[in-house]
Write a protein that binds this ligand. Structure first.
Ligand code: IVH
Length: 397
C-alpha cells in the first residue's frame, strides 16, 4: 500500500473518461515534467506514489496534445522513447531493438489497428493472429549458449540495456541450464506472482527494508539491486525469441506460435503456459473474443496483467508490416483498465499472521478493484507503518 499527498490524491483520477486535456504549451511542458516523474515511478523501483490509472491518464493527455500540435511536440518527450524513457540505458547492446507496444483501449481501437495493418501489407492479413496475456512486469532478454543461461539484459532504452545477470538462478521458468544444448535469445517478462510478492515483502520487512509498493516496482528494484543480503524468487514467461550467433535454433520462417513452442520444448516457460494461454486465431473478430476471455480471467490469475497482446502470427507478414521507432506494427496491446485504486485508511487492527506473529492490518474504505471489493490490506509490521508515516484518514493506493 502506498500513501499519497493531498495534492497527489486530488490529481489522481481513475478512469480515462476523467482525463483532463492539456490546455496549452505551458501546460504541456508542465505535463511532460509530471510524466517523466510518473514514468520513473511506474516503470522504476522508486516509491514515488503514482497509481496505474493516473499514469495512463497523464500519458494519454500528453499524447492527445502532441497529436493535435505535431510541430510543437517536445523532441525529448518521454512519449517518443521506449518505456517512456524511464529506464537507464545500460551498456549492453541488444541483438535487435527490444521495443515497446502501441496500445488500444477498446474493440474499435483493435479494428482500427487491423485496418492500418492491412494498409501496410497492401492486403488483408492472411496468416492469422496470436492472442496472449500482457504480463505486468519488466522486459528482459536472456541469452542461452549451448543450453547455458549466460546473460540477462533489461530493456533499457530499447537499443542498450543493463546487465542484470546477478538474478540468474532466482527466476522460475528461466532455468540456468537447459536439458538441450540450444543457443538462442529469449525475450519476455519477469515478474513477482502474487504469492512471490507476498513472500518478497515478508523477507523485506524481516530485513528492515521498505516493502515494495506493487509487484512491478518490486521487479524493477530487484533487477537493479546487485548487493542485497537476500535473494527474492521471481517468475519468467517468454513472449518472443530470436536466433543467436547464427545457430539456427529459431528459424526465421517460424510463426510466432512455433517460435514459442520451440522455446518451451527447450525448457523455458512461455506465455502459452500461463493460465491465460497463447491462442492462434484466423481473424481479429476471433482475437477480440479471446481478449474478452483473458480479461474475464484476470481476477483469478496468480499474477498481474495489464492487457492482452495481439500479434501477426506469420513471420513474412510481420516483416512486411515492419516497426516504428518505439513499437512494431505487427503487434498491439489491448490495454485493460488499471486495477490500482485510491481509498482511505479507516482503522488498523492486529491479526495473528501466517507465521504466528501479530501483524497490523489496514481497514480501508471499501473500494472496488476489478470486480472485487477490497476492505483490508496488510501493513506488515509497526516499523513499516512508521517508515511510511501512515496515519488514520490518509489517502492510500
Ligand atoms: S511483445 C516488439 N508480448 O509490454 C514487441 N510484450 O508495453 C515486444 N509485455 O515492452 C513485446 N507481455 O515488456 C509482448 N505477451 C507479451 C507481453 C509484452 C508483456 C510487455 C513488454 C513490452 C511492454 C509494452
Amino acid at each position: 500500500m502506498t500513501i499519497l499527498s493531498a495534492e497527489e490524491a486530488l490529481s489522481a483520477m481513475p478512469t480515462r473518461s476523467a482525463m483532463p486535456a492539456v490546455a496549452g504549451p505551458e501546460a504541456y511542458r508542465a505535463a511532460l515534467t509530471r510524466l517523466r516523474d510518473a514514468s520513473r515511478a511506474y516503470y522504476g523501483d522508486g516509491d514515488s506514489p503514482v497509481d496505474d490509472a493516473t499514469y495512463d491518464r497523464l500519458r494519454l493527455a500528453v499524447l492527445d496534445w502532441e497529436r493535435a500540435h505535431p510541430g510543437e511536440a517536445g523532441p525529448d518527450s518521454p512519449t517518443g522513447l521506449v518505456g517512456d524513457g524511464a529506464a537507464p540505458a545500460g551498456d549492453v547492446a541488444h541483438t535487435t531493438r527490444l521495443l515497446s507496444l502501441d496500445n488500444v483501449f477498446d474493440p474499435a481501437g483493435l479494428t482500427a489497428w487491423g485496418a492500418s495493418l492491412q494498409r501496410r501489407l497492401g492486403h488483408e492479413s492472411a496468416g492469422g493472429f496470436t492472442v496472449e496475456p500482457k504480463l505486468d512486469g519488466a522486459a528482459i532478454a536472456a541469452r542461452y549458449r549451448a543450453g547455458r543461461l549466460e546473460q540477462i539484459v533489461t530493456r533499457g532504452n530499447g537499443t542498450h540495456g543493463e546487465d542484470v545477470s546477478h538474478v540468474i538462478g532466482t527466476i522460475e521458468g528461466l532455468p540456468e541450464q537447459l536439458p538441450v544444448p540450444a543457443t538462442f535469445e529469449v525475450r519476455g517478462e519477469v515478474l513477482f506472482t502474487q504469492q512471490q510478492f507476498e513472500t518478497a515483502n515478508e523477507v523485506r520487512a524481516a530485513h528492515g527494508a521498505q516493502v515494495f509498493a506493487n509487484p512491478r516496482n518490486g521487479t524493477a528494484g530487484t533487477l537493479r539491486a546487485k548487493d542485497r543480503p537476500y535473494r527474492l524468487a521471481m517468475t519468467f514467461w517468454a513472449y518472443g525469441a530470436l536466433d543467436l550467433d547464427g545457430a539456427g535454433f529459431i528459424p526465421a520462417t517460424a510463426t510466432h506460435a512455433e517460435t514459442l513452442a520451440a522455446v518451451a520444448a527447450a525448457g523455458v516457460r512461455t506465455t502459452a503456459e500461463t493460465p491465460a494461454g497463447l491462442h492462434v486465431v484466423a481473424t481479429l473478430a476471433e482475437a477480440q473474443r479471446k481478449v474478452d476471455e483473458i480479461a474475464a480471467l484476470r481476477p483469478v490469475l496468480p499474477f498481474g496483467i495489464d492487457g492482452v497482446v495481439i500479434k501477426t502470427n506469420d513471420p513474412a507478414e510481420a516483416a512486411a508490416a515492419g516497426a516504428g521507432s518505439r513499437f512494431p506494427h505487427w503487434a498491439i496491446a489491448f490495454k485493460l483498465p488499471a486495477v490500482e485504486r485510491q481509498t482511505v485508511l479507516k482503522d488498523v487492527v492486529w491479526d495473528v499472521g501466517r507465521t504466528g506473529v501479530l501483524a497490523p492490518t489496514a481497514i480501508l474504505e471499501p473500494v472496488d478493484i476489478d470486480g472485487s471489493t477490497v476492505t483490508r490490506a496488510t501493513l506488515h509490521n509497526p516499523a513499516d507503518i512508521r517508515r511510511r508515516d501512515l496515519h488514520l484518514g490518509d489517502t492510500v493506493i
